[in-house]
Design a protein around this ligand. Structure first.
Ligand code: 8YV
Length: 314
């Protein structure tokens, strides 16, 4: 008999269709009567599929007494109550590695777009301004310093890309690593030392709003904030204030606190580049993420094994 699984996020057809072929899927995300769905099917459900940013409430998991595995379609699992899952022996898997390069490309793109003013200059050409005057001069990136908050797989891929452009690299994190980059233990000091502060650490309670008004003040007028990780890590009100008061030079943001909502003030600013959370959004990578998300479920239900268990549960 096909295992019952519940789906709590919108999934692309290249993941959802194969899931439907092998599992009895219950679409909690689209359901207009969620309590009814849980009452009717909850006791049978053995798997849950969610997105990277999806917040899974423990109340939902309480209604799934037979749940064995949560397979996250994404690398971030900040929306999963990990301690709760551990206590119930629920496996949690994610999709690391397959998206690392694409997310790092977006960070590099945001550095180029903000530092070299490419988005503003693109608008300049479209508005026929070039016919009237010379384009602005921007900032040379070679020799500038990038500070990476969270030197994990994605942070390291960002370091490799920016290093190739002749930029200097510093980083902060829980501990120094065996890498040829400068370790600065404290986030505020890192911000003070760099031209681009790149947020690349996991979201969740431990990192909520750690990039706050003080860190942004330390980044200062020379500095640009880049975020490709989670909106929750940066105090969004503080970014708006810092940009409005020109406390920082600019920002390149792919992630936001309440996606897809973006604070109106950010939309009208010229020194901000905004993307709609597209770090992993290439056909190739989303397919690979979908394949891995399903492969984790398949391995669990056929062999009681998973491929990419999250580190906290290892
Ligand atoms: C995806 C992400 O947009 O991997 C993550 O943690 O945030 C993104 O790659 C998301 O997971 C799709 O559900």
């Amino acid at each position: 008999m096909q295992p019952d699984i519940v789906v709590t996020a919108p999934l692309p057809p290249f993941l959802y269709d194969p899931l439907k072929a092998d599992y009895r899927c219950h679409d909690y995300y689209k359901s207009s009567h969620k309590p009814g769905l849980l009452a009717a099917e909850g006791a049978r459900i053995r798997g849950l599929v969610q997105g990277g940013g999806t917040v899974t409430a423990t109340e939902l998991l309480d209604a799934l007494p037979k749940l064995e595995i949560i397979s996250v379609f994404g690398v971030g699992y900040d929306g999963v109550p990990v301690a709760y899952c551990k206590s119930r022996g629920i496996k949690v898997t994610n999709t690391p590695d397959v998206l690392t390069d694409d997310v790092a490309d977006v960070a590099l793109g945001l550095i180029l777009m903000t530092g070299r003013g490419f988005v503003r200059l693109n608008r300049f050409v479209h508005a026929m301004e070039w016919e009237k005057r010379a384009p602005e001069l921007t900032t040379k990136l070679g020799g500038r310093k990038v500070g990476i908050l969270g030197l994990g797989r994605i942070g390291k891929a960002i370091a490799a890309r920016t290093e190739a452009m002749g930029m200097k690299i510093a980083y902060t994190g829980r501990k120094p690593q065996a890498v040829p980059y400068e370790f600065i233990p404290d986030l505020k000091s890192l911000a003070a030392a760099v031209d681009f502060l790149v947020v690349a650490c996991p979201g969740g309670a431990a990192t909520r709003n750690i990039v706050d008004a003080e860190v942004l003040a330390a980044l200062g007028k020379k500095g640009t904030l880049i975020n490709i990780a989670r909106g929750s890590i940066v105090d969004e009100g503080a970014i708006v204030d810092a940009l409005k008061s020109e406390t920082i030079k600019g920002a390149g943001l792919d992630v936001f606190a309440a996606e897809p909502h973006i604070p109106a003030e950010l939309l009208s600013m010229d020194n901000v580049v905004l993307l709609p959370h597209v770090g992993s959004a290439t056909r190739e990578t989303r397919q690979a993420m979908g394949d891995l998300c399903k492969a984790n479920l398949d391995a669990w239900f056929s062999k009681r094994k998973v491929l990419t268990l999250i580190p906290e549960l290892m």
